[in-house]
Structure formats: C-alpha cells, structure tokens
Design a protein around this ligand. Sequence first.
Ligand SMILES: NC(=O)c1ccc[n+]([C@@H]2O[C@H](COP(=O)([O-])OP(=O)(O)OC[C@H]3O[C@@H](n4cnc5c(N)ncnc54)[C@H](O)[C@@H]3O)[C@@H](O)[C@H]2O)c1
Length: 326
Amino acid sequence: MNINRANVLVTGGAGMIGSQLVDALSARGCQVWIVDNLSSGYRDNVPDIPDERFFEADIAQDAPLDEIFTRSFDVVFHLAANFANKNSVDHPERDLLTNGLGILKILERCRRSGVRRFVYASSSCVYGNCDGQMDESANVFDPGTPYAMTKLLGEHYTRFFTSFHGLSTVSLRYFNCYGPKERPGRYRNVIPNFLYTALLGNPLVVTGNGDETRDFCYVADIVNGTLLAAEHDEISGAEFNLAAGRPVSILGLAEQVNRLTGNDAGITLAGRRAWDHVTHRQPAIRKAQTLLEYKAETPLEKGLERTLAWMREHWEKIRRQTDLTL
Ligand SMILES: NC(=O)c1ccc[n+]([C@@H]2O[C@H](COP(=O)([O-])OP(=O)(O)OC[C@H]3O[C@@H](n4cnc5c(N)ncnc54)[C@H](O)[C@@H]3O)[C@@H](O)[C@H]2O)c1
C-alpha cells in the first residue's frame, strides 16, 4: 500500500516513538489523528497536529474511541501502552487495562470500520529470558513481568483478528529504542536516564554486573521500519524484530555516555533489579531486512550525539518535566 497522503491514526502519538512517527507521516502528506491520554506523552511533542486531530483520551474507554472511529482510517499504528516493565510491576492493573483491554478495543474498531492495515508496536520483552539469538520463529516465551505478558497478549489478539476476522495486521517487536523526545524518568529507558544523570555530573548506576547486553536502536530507524511494515502488503499476520542488530554491554554504554558528556563522576555497580531476569538481548533482524527491506542505519555513537544535543537544547524543560527520583 502506498501510504503517502493516507488517513492514519496513531495511538500513543504524543509519546517518544509515536511523535516521531507522526512527524514522518506528516512529511509524507498523511492526515494524522492522534489518541493519547498524556500519561507518559507530551502535547508539545506534536505541536503541528491541530487540536481537532488530537484526542486526549484513554484507549480503554469506549465513548472517545467511538467518536474517533467515526472517521475512516487507512492505517492504524498502535503505540499507546503503559510503559514499561517496572511500571507494570508497580501498576499491574493499569498495565492490563491499557495493554490488554485497550488493544482489544482498538482492534475491534479497526475490524468494524474497514482499516486496511493495523500495525502493533510490540516489544522484545515478549521473548523474556532466552539463550542465544531472539528470532521470530520462537514459540516458547518466558515473559517475566506483567508488561511482557500484556505485550504478548496484544500479539495474540492481533493474530486472532487476522486469522479469524481477516484484518490485515503486522506486529513489530521493538528492541530498546532511544532518541530525542524521551524524557528521563523512573520508568524510562537506560539511555535518557544515563544522559540526564551524566549531565547533572552524578555517577551512573549500572544494575547487575555490567556484562548484561541490550540492543539499542535509534528512533529514526524504528520509525522507518514501522512505515515499511505498513507499506508491504504481503506480510499480514507476521511478526518482525526491529533492532540495531548490535548488542552493547550496559557497562560499555555507561562508559560511552560519560566520555561523550565529559562526566568524570564515574560508574557505580548496583545489584540486579528484582524483576529483571534477562541477561542478554540478541536480536535477529534478518526477517525484517529480507521481507521489509529494513535497515538499521544509525551507529550508536551518532544516535547518542543527537539525543544528547536534544537534551542539552531542551534542558530547562526536561528538568521541569522530570521526576527527579530516578
Ligand atoms: N521505547 C522502547 O524502547 C520500546 C521498546 C519496545 C516496545 N516499545 C513500545 O513502543 C510503543 C511506544 O513506546 P514509547 O517509548 O514511545 O513510549 P511512550 O511512553 O513515550 O509512549 C506511549 C504513549 O502512550 C500513551 N498512553 C499510555 N496509556 C494510554 C492510554 N490508556 N490511552 C491513551 N494513550 C495512552 C502515553 O501517554 C504515551 O504518549 C509502546 O507500545 C511500547 O510498548 C517501546
């Protein structure tokens, strides 16, 4: 499907990834609508979307969704979520409401209103603790947190709507995504939290023994992969990993952030987080490269520089918006 100038809905469009997806869609001439309850997103992430196309609403509520779906959308990108693991451990009911009931309500309306493609932002956390490469042929999952369980539940619902109702869908398992527009916070990812802590001149706290690895993918690459997933017609019902394909140790990342920011406060090793059982995340991205023509183009160094530049430029605002008890 050619998505240029399409009518699209982005759930979670005020969030870190959603807002940059909105920018990319707008640049292609799409009419973009957003539904977001601003629980972890920011209205000022999407200043160019007028109020009549921005619905501040909860996706677990019927009335606003019925109003939104009086329009007909070609594509729905579903990114709204209660984010992420630690948040779900602290607030499991809210997690289930948004990530479970919320996706079901959106899928049902997509089916009824004849949406041509539903794209679901799933997560690498569905694999749980898994030895070796994480690839899409896996059929045993070990979700260790409520968030991992509900992101996987979302995939099951998505697959059901394809197999039973014939809705055209794709699920994307994003690995750790970073970039501008992500404020640091207790429930946010390690990169914004490291950058923020380093800019304050404080030591970076590495949990575990530092050998743990994760795959960090720059947001522009994730957004490109997400657009490709909407454009390829022949892949309905499939799941794809979207990642950089280069695992990095958390200790190595901390050293890189301290170097980049000139922070000489060093690194402190802390114990492993009680809910975190995943030692390595090693993604296979061959399927996305082959079937979606996906490329992860941004080297970590470049992505970190861009993220740091954004954080420096918006420092005062970020300080105001950040929960300082990281
Ligand atoms: N950032 C990552 O590293 C990463 C990794 C894997 C998967 N994902 C997935 O990608 C998607 C986007 O992640 P992000 O990093 O941009 O997170 P984010 O928190 O910045 O974005 C999520 C958005 O959803 C909104 N939202 C939350 N609950 C809602 C509700 N009940 N109704 C309406 N809106 C609601 C939030 O306000 C926020 O704007 C999420 O689905 C997340 O699970 C992200």
